[in-house]
Each structure stands twice: as structure tokens, then as C-alpha cells.
Design a protein around this ligand. Sequence first.
Ligand code: NAP
Length: 410
Amino acid sequence: MPDYEPQRIIVKPQGTLQVPDNPIVPFIEGDGIGPDIWAAAKSVLDAAVGFAYGDRRRIIWSEILAGEKAYRETNEWLPEETLQAIKDHVAAIKGPLTTPVGEGIRSVNVALRQRLDLYACVRPIRYISGVPSPMRHPERVKMVVFRENTEDVYAGIEWEAQTREAEAVIAFLKDSIGVDVAKDSAIGIKPMSQRASRRLVARAIQYALDHDLPSVTLVHKGNIMKYTEGAFMKWGYEVAREMFGDHIVVESDLGPEHDGKAPPGKVVIKDRIADMMFQQILLRPESYHVIATPNLNGDYLSDALAAQVGGLGMAPGANIGEGCAVFEATHGTAPKYAGTDRANPISLILSGVMMLEYLGWAEAASVIEEAVQRSISEGLVTHDLARRMPVARELRCSEFAQTVIERLST
Ligand code: NAP
């Protein structure tokens, strides 16, 4: 047997990763169905790495705590050691976590993203052939959503109606700015900064360039919220021109300058108002490739897109910052299936695929994608898909993982 000396992934000064053959990767098992889907995902990831690289590479998993398990063992929902371990090891993967009701912490997931400054929520959405979908042509949806993860109305700056804080803000608005707000209003604040908007859009454009994708669309509601959403769009175009000037072309310049067509090798930067975008993803999804958008729009859009490909609960996700990233299932803890071995592990398996791509282990990533595709094409799926497919054999979560492993091939 080879000697697997666990080693840390290192972020080099220019921002690229140095990934050893035996990287230590922290994992959070998750609550509810977390243990079932994590066991399934881990077995698939390990088998794919073995399949792709033999004895040369292996992930050394290291458990870290968050959510209910952390609360039981440490009395904290999100221990400091967990945050430190993710920072130290650069990439981590997690199952879903329960949002405590009536406890001190608003959401463990939101806290994790904010404390680690994981500013880009990245959700690739595309159709897996054979998955039941409400659309006639779900295969036309092939988009990657970059959702800003740290600001907007999700920043958690809000006060209940008729509290001292809400009344103080209402009084301030009246006395200092001359703005009238009804006295019995609850108040929420929507911060949107130049820095956070620019770095999100820059990451989305870089992704489009790295993956040869034709366009990046800035989705905003700037026609109404001019100084927040409108500024997001303005800063987006600014960063596109300043950082990527030679590699992009703005849609409005396409007409006279380029005969209506994007020059080869250039990414088209365009923008759409959010409500119109919901029509576009239904009517002309093939015109959109990468979406960059503030937090709330991104939350709605990514779930709507996931539903279009029939895969609500199957879509993978990643939360990415400058120095580290957390890959996660996008659905919740589905408590009614906890411990039943019936949940669908595909979201977490495909989040693991995103993690392998992030590490540069593309061969292992692609064999998993193909094996998941094969299992679905053969109608071998968990109950959530089986109940919507005309011909299918219902598998347990662990059986599905085994089925995928048996279908790993080049
Ligand atoms: P949910 O856990 O996503 O489950 C809602 C329903 O979706 C389930 O009852 C089930 O539908 C289906 N489902 C979701 N994942 C599935 C899977 N892997 N396999 C099969 N079916 C699946 O949403 P929720 O009930 O609103 O939330 C439960 C808890 O999860 C809450 O505490 C919430 O805050 C938390 N949550 C965490 C995250 C996260 O960690 N990122 C995200 C969302 C929610 P059927 O009943 O139709 O079978």
C-alpha cells in the first residue's frame, strides 16, 4: 500500500492553488439526511479519484462540526475551530444544516458564508438527460449563476416593527432626511457596495473566459432601485471594461461596431431587468450562459432555473471566496427522510464534482458526471425521481451511490 501522507492545499501568492496528491479536505456531514447523502457522496468521490488516478492520489477527509451535531457536542452551532479548519485547508464540503428556530444564530449557512467572506455563490444549472422536467426543452438551459453572497437584504440588518430600533430609524429618516415612513413599519436595510459588486462580477467574467462561454448577463432591478441594483449594473460594466477590456464587448456596442455579432473569443456583457429575466429563462434560455446578480435575485433565479431542469434538490453549489471555498448540497435537511436511506445524494455528489474541478482534478470530476448520467438514463434513481419517471427502478440512497460507482468508466 502507498503511504498517504496528508498534506494541506496551499494558495499561492498569485491566487492559484497548489494541490498535493493527498490533500486534507474537511467535511461537515450535515443534519437530517446529511449523514446518508454524505456517506453516499464520499464513497463516489473516493471511488472516482481511485478510478482516475489509481494509488497516486487520495483525498484525506477530516470531519469538522457545524449545525446540530456541533451543538450537541460543543454547545455551539458554528464552532471557531470549524471556521479555522476551512481557512487552513482551503476547500471543504458540507451537507445541509438545520436553521435553528428561535436560537441566537440566524442561520448557520449564512453565518458560514459571511464569516469566511465566501462572496460568490456559484450554481451551475444544466439538464441531465432522463430527469423528469416541466419544460419541453430543458436541455436548452445551460447556465452558471454567480450570486453575490454577503450583502443585499440578506445582510440581516432589519428590525421588527414597533421596536426601539425601528422607531429610531424611522425618526432619523424623518428628522434628518425628511423621508416619511409609516410608524408601524418593520425596517430592513439593503446594502450594496462597489467592492462586493465588482469582485462578484469580475469572478463571473473570469469564469466565462476560462470556460469559453459567450456571455455574462448582469441581472438587476435597477429601473426601480436605482442606487443599489442600478449601481450593481453600473459597477459591473465598469469592472468589465477596466479589468477585461481586451476580452469583452458590451452588447450595446455590438450593432454598429461589430455587425451585431460578438467577435470570436470575446465575451459579450449584457444586462437584464430581473423580472424580464424570469421570462427570458423560460422563453430563450439558450441566449444566456453566465449570470451575475445580487443576493436576492440570485436566490430566486437559481431555484427557478433548477426547477426548469427538473432538478430542484439535485443542483450542486459552491460558495467561493478569495482564500477558500465550501461546496454544498443546495437543498435542505429534508427532515422527514432523515435516517431512512431514501434521500437523493446527487446534489452533494455533483457539489463534490465542482470541488474536484476546483482542485484541478478534472478527470475524476468528469467520470462521476458521466456515471450519474448513465444511472439516470438507465432509470436507476432514488424515490424522488422514480415517482416522476414513467420507467424507473427505485433505489435507496446507498444503492444509488453503488450504482454510480459501478458505472465509473472512461
Ligand atoms: P428541504 O430540506 O430542502 O426539503 C423540502 C422537500 O424537498 C423534502 O421534503 C423533499 O420533498 C425534497 N427534498 C429536498 N432534498 C431532497 C433530497 N436530497 N432527496 C429527496 N428529496 C429531497 O427544505 P425545508 O424542509 O424547507 O428545510 C428543512 C431544513 O433545512 C430547515 O432547517 C432549513 O432551514 C434547512 N435548509 C438548509 C439549507 C442548507 O444547508 N444549505 C438549504 C435549505 C434549507 P418531498 O417531501 O416532496 O419528498
